[in-house]
Design a protein around this ligand. Structure first.
Ligand SMILES: C[S@@+](CC[C@H](N)C(=O)[O-])C[C@H]1O[C@@H](n2cnc3c(N)ncnc32)[C@H](O)[C@@H]1O
Length: 241
């Protein structure tokens, strides 16, 4: 699991002038670090399973931190919370789950509606490597997460595979395989597969403009270094235009 982004987003949250909203908060990897850094945070996610896992983590936190966290089950394309935020984040490529332009614009327009006058949107996507998009080996299964204990005598490791790349739609079908090994050595494989959208820099600048947002800063990594010829992530900060 990556960690470079956690300190970056927690720092953004800590310096926000008011409440923070994280879209696609998942199990709270960044949300909880942000609350621990002192921010008041709301985490929104479409998946009840993710939110349940997040709730279990929050239940183990000191009350002082837990009381600064709120969870909302909703869709980042259509949420209406009736209040505005100093900072809205969409960490760890959650925006790549929005496949078509209507969904992307709907999300960014919801963000604009929920940002206060000085509010900032911060989000990241991965930068596609053009050589990998045409490399037939890119669809090979590669080790993604090393084996770890599940706590009940079983272990799990995860592999990843880009099952299909559709250049015309700018999507890749991501496949995660979970290998669960029982104490008796028997291995069960569970597969999760979903489409993932890849974006190019100027496409996102145009999308933001269509949603009434303007780019405030663009970074190539979480240490705030600039975008370079070495494709890594694109990290945008944007404000109301
Ligand atoms: C890659 S995870 C990111 C989790 C978390 N932000 C982190 O950094 O660890 C993406 C999350 O986005 C959520 N998601 C996908 N589509 C969504 C949508 N339309 N509205 C809200 N959440 C969505 C998924 O349920 C998942 O929890």
């Amino acid at each position: 699991m990556r960690t470079d982004d956690v300190a970056f987003y927690a720092d953004c949250a800590m310096h926000a002038r008011g409440p923070v909203l994280e879209l696609g908060c998942g199990t709270g990897r960044i949300l909880i670090a942000s609350a621990a850094a002192g921010a008041t945070v709301a985490g929104l996610d479409l998946s009840p399973l993710m939110l349940d896992a997040c709730r279990r983590k929050i239940a183990k936190l000191p009350a002082e931190i837990a009381k600064r966290i709120e969870l909302v089950e909703d869709d980042m394309r259509s949420f209406k919370l009736g209040r505005r935020f100093a900072l809205i984040t969409i960490p760890f490529r959650a925006f790549c789950h929005l496949i078509n332009v209507d969904d992307q614009l709907a999300c960014l327009r919801r963000v604009r509606e929920h940002l206060d006058d000085e509010g900032e949107l911060v989000f990241d996507v991965f930068q596609p490597r053009l050589d990998m998009l045409i490399d037939p080996r890119a669809s090979d299964e590669v080790e993604d997460t090393p084996e770890s204990a599940l706590g009940d005598g079983r272990t799990v490791r995860r592999t990843a595979r880009r099952a299909q790349i559709r250049q015309a739609e700018q999507t890749m079908q991501v496949e995660f395989n979970y290998y669960i090994k029982s104490a008796n050595g028997q291995v069960e494989r569970l597969t999760e597969s979903f489409p993932f959208r890849y974006y190019f820099r100027y496409e996102l600048e145009h999308l933001l403009a269509r949603a009434g947002l303007r780019v405030a800063a663009l970074y190539g990594w979480y240490d705030r270094s600039p975008v370079s010829e070495q494709p890594r992530d694109l990290i945008f900060t944007a404000r109301r235009a």
